[in-house]
Design a binder for this molecule. Structure first.
Ligand code: FE2
Ligand code: FE2
Length: 326
């Protein structure tokens, strides 16, 4: 007889075979997303993974064996990859860098409208959903509101997005460097609260109820086997004339990213005939912040269609509240 826990651990064993090189935190997150409702939470899956990989039975199988049996590395401080659940096709609205509370509401609404017109199946937020000015390490104007207000606004925006698109649409939010301010604040100013679920963004914003999957900052996402998505702060460069080229120089594979608040594209062909393309997505933030009122930022969003491993990207810019292909 197959019990639920047997089935649960068999699924974990399958994932360990399929994704032997990703760390246990990433594996647990991937498994929980692919099998909603089967496990209690990510932490319980991570514990099961750690237990399984130490079983003599697992170690003696080819997927668990290492030639010299050294102990396993601690991988909790490593970035990793989140894999979208396999699907034949997706229609993805990609949004980036709204920087709440400083978002451009007209641009945000243009993106939402574009998603509705295209009948999207998926929303991918590429990070910096929040700005978190009150948690920034830089000095900021004290008149800019407070943290509870910002969090309330974020919750309201996500709730509204869920209401507009309905329960069927998948929503993924990859944290950007600004979203990460929240966790970093706990690390430095309230370390005793770190790790308590009620103080995580997921709990504060009710993301479980809203069925929104979050992915840690600095991780990348495998949208299909041929296309990756990043926030972009792991690609360090100054004011690149073409940030998509800078992304190509670092990542060297098909990829999209936000963070630079500007739409751009680069494409090249390798000596063996493969084409590699990279894109950056424009922002949904206000464009003249007082700390940098003159900049090259743009508003826009991206639409991606996938069919198996194939993908098509359309990059958009919003100029004077009109949508243009970037
Ligand atoms: Fe940003
Ligand atoms: Fe960023």
């Amino acid at each position: 007889m197959t019990t639920l826990s047997n089935r649960g651990s068999e699924i974990i064993r399958d994932y360990l075979r399929t994704y032997p090189n990703i760390n246990h935190t990433a594996l647990a997150r991937t498994i929980c997303t692919h099998h909603p409702g089967l496990y209690r939470n990510e932490e319980s899956v991570r514990r099961m993974v750690r237990k399984i990989v130490k079983e003599p039975e697992f170690l003696n199988k080819p997927e668990g064996r290492t030639p010299f049996n050294f102990p396993e590395a601690v991988t909790e401080n490593q970035a990793s990859t989140f894999f979208f659940p396999k699907k034949d096709n997706r229609k993805i609205l990609t949004i980036a860098d709204p920087h709440l509370p400083y978002y451009s509401r007209p641009s945000f609404e243009l993106a939402v409208d574009l998603g509705l017109k295209r009948g999207i199946t998926t929303i991918l937020c590429l990070g910096d959903f929040f700005d978190f000015p009150t948690l920034s390490r830089f000095l900021r104007n004290p008149a800019i509101g407070d943290l509870p207000e910002e969090l309330e606004m974020g919750k309201e925006v996500w709730t509204q997005i869920r209401k507009i698109y309905g329960d069927e649409v998948e929503i993924f939010w990859l944290y950007g460097n600004h979203d990460y301010h929240f966790e970093r604040y706990l690390w430095t100013d309230a370390p005793r609260l770190f790790g308590i679920e009620d103080f995580e963004l997921r709990s504060i914003l009710d993301l479980d109820d809203l069925n929104i999957q979050t992915i840690p900052d600095k991780w990348d996402i495998r949208v299909t086997d041929n296309l990756s998505a990043l926030h972009g702060h792991q690609i360090t460069f100054g004011t690149a004339i073409n940030p998509a080229y800078a992304l190509y120089r670092k990542f060297k594979d098909n990829a999209i990213m936000g963070h630079v608040h500007k739409s751009s594209h680069y494409s090249t062909r390798t000596g063996t005939g493969s084409t590699i393309s990279t894109w950056t997505v424009a922002s949904l933030s206000l464009l003249r912040p007082e700390f940098m009122p003159v900049n090259e930022w743009q508003n826009g969003c991206m639409y991606i269609e996938t069919e198996g491993e194939e993908f098509q990207v359309e990059n958009f810019q919003f100029i004077k509240n009109k949508v243009y292909h970037a």
